[in-house]
Design a protein around this ligand. Structure first.
Ligand code: SF4
Length: 455
């Protein structure tokens, strides 16, 4: 499973253009959000008159080679990292998107996925040019809808557009003189507001604020639109919904452990999930290990609650970057080994509890169990810090089709046998949703486990 995107925005209210380098701070902010998308990166900068966009396929460090940031001078900027869920992985699908409208031009970056994009595309089809008809992303569609309002005032244009959108969307929009942030009414994915010197900052996660030493102010509320210009900052509750639907997978897997998401620290929540998992799914074992990196804090919590020592039994290759595995069986066999190796001296002759965040297709778990057994582990007990993934996501997380999800196709025991584990246990949905203190169980989207889609 992959997060679709990360967004970042900054606007300097000091008219001295050299008081802060918005492109460099956006670059650093995107670095902190790199885990949310590794296929493309981009930054748009406004110098009060024009908007300049630079975007390309690749990691932030690959896209912004030496010298490029120096060409992006201005007083406000937005940035984007992308993993594709709609549209293919090509340059056209990268963001920010630059678009003309009645009042000038704007750049847009989007995290999420619309559920009514076919209907919206049909609605404005006649006004689209050939290029726009071919562009498949829902983010591009949003930019077209803003243009199609024929409003000169960007706030009115965004408002009219937002009222038509269904699904998950965190948007940052940059005009020549404004930065706008908007979060959908259900609040699927996070968006936070911060401040550094004379500048306001918007980011998908507050770890991006920490990296640039910006002060955290608060979350953008579900349905809220924030508009910031040179002089003012104002906010409007634009959209409403009968309930919240915070993506629980942000806490389980996607977000950085040092981020605070939906009001709670991710590392602390993962430890609590691990503790709960240990109570619900105990195992007779000598050591607890994690599948790095996302399983680490749940494994620590499990070890602590179970009174079993925690050890690092799997090592992650930190230099792996993006590896393009050839689509043939021989190369696929090596894909997990490239990323992770078992430390034989730690697991040999041991009964091992391996804590991971999810089982989607089961192929990775199977390879990891095999690695551990080959390294000498006597028993491998797999514990999963999320319930079985039974349904695909429709709100911005890339999941396989229902037919490919193991939990849909096989019984617990068949999955256990399929991955070669001595035992297998998942945390219950009730157990997972009850570890949170700031949000009620009903505040979360849990559709990929329960099939209970909020939209
Ligand atoms: S379906 Fe799952 S992954 Fe998608 S938003 Fe809901 S909880 Fe998150």
């Amino acid at each position: 499973m992959h997060e679709e995107c990360g967004v970042f925005g900054i606007i300097n209210q000091n008219s001295d253009i050299s008081s802060i380098n918005v492109a460099q701070l956006s670059y650093l902010g995107l670095f902190a959000l790199q885990h949310r998308g590794q296929e493309s990166a981009g930054i748009a900068v406004s110098n009060n008159k024009n908007i300049l966009v630079y975007r390309d396929l690749g990691l932030v460090s690959e896209v912004f080679k030496e010298g490029i940031l120096n060409t992006l001078q201005g007083t406000a900027a937005i940035g984007h990292v992308r993993y594709s869920t709609t549209g293919s992985n090509n340059w056209e699908s990268s963001q920010p998107i630059l678009q003309q409208y009645q009042g000038g031009s704007f750049a847009l970056a989007h995290n999420g996925q619309l559920t009514n994009q076919d209907e919206l595309r049909r609605k404005i089809l006649s006004s689209l040019d050939r290029y726009s008809k071919n562009c498949q992303t829902d983010s591009y569609l949003i930019s077209q809808l803003i243009k199609a309002t024929e409003e000169k005032n960007i706030e009115k244009a965004v408002k009219k557009t937002a009222l038509q959108l269904k699904g998950a969307f965190c948007l940052v929009i940059l005009t020549e003189d404004k930065l706008i942030g908007l979060r959908d009414a259900y609040g699927f994915h996070p968006l936070v507001l911060g401040r550094i010197k004379d500048s306001y900052v918007l980011a998908s996660e507050d770890s991006a604020l920490s990296l640039i030493e910006a002060q955290y102010i608060r979350e953008v509320q579900p349905g809220e639109m924030i508009v910031i210009d040179k002089h003012n900052y104002h906010t409007k509750q634009l959209l409403s919904s009968p309930k919240k639907a915070l993506c629980i997978f942000e806490q389980v897997y996607f977000a950085r452990p040092d981020s605070n998401v939906f009001g709670e620290n991710v590392a602390a929540i993962r430890e609590k999930i691990g503790q709960r998992l240990a109570i619900e799914q105990p195992a007779e074992a000598d050591i607890v290990i994690s599948v790095p990196d996302s399983g680490r804090f749940a494994a620590l919590g499990y070890a602590h609650a179970a009174g079993i020592p925690y050890q690092e039994g799997l090592l992650k290759n930190p230099y792996i970057g993006r590896t393009f595995i050839q689509p043939n069986q021989t190369m696929r066999e090596y894909s997990v080994k490239l990323k992770l190796s078992a430390i034989s001296s730690i697991v040999i002759e041991k009964r091992v509890v391996m804590v991971d965040d999810s089982i989607v297709r089961g192929t990775t778990s199977h390879k990891l169990v095999k690695l551990l057994k080959k390294a000498g582990a006597r028993e491998v007990h797999v514990r999963i810090s999320s319930p079985p993934v039974n349904f695909p996501c429709r709100y911005g997380i890339d999941t396989p089709n229902k037919e490919e999800l193991w939990a849909t196709r096989f019984s617990l025991d068949k999955i256990r046998k399929g991955i070669g584990a001595d035992s297998l246990g998942y945390i219950s949905l009730e157990g997972l949703t009850n570890v949170f203190e700031k949000n009620k169980p009903s505040d979360f989207c849990t559709a990929c486990f329960s099939g209970d889609y909020p939209i």
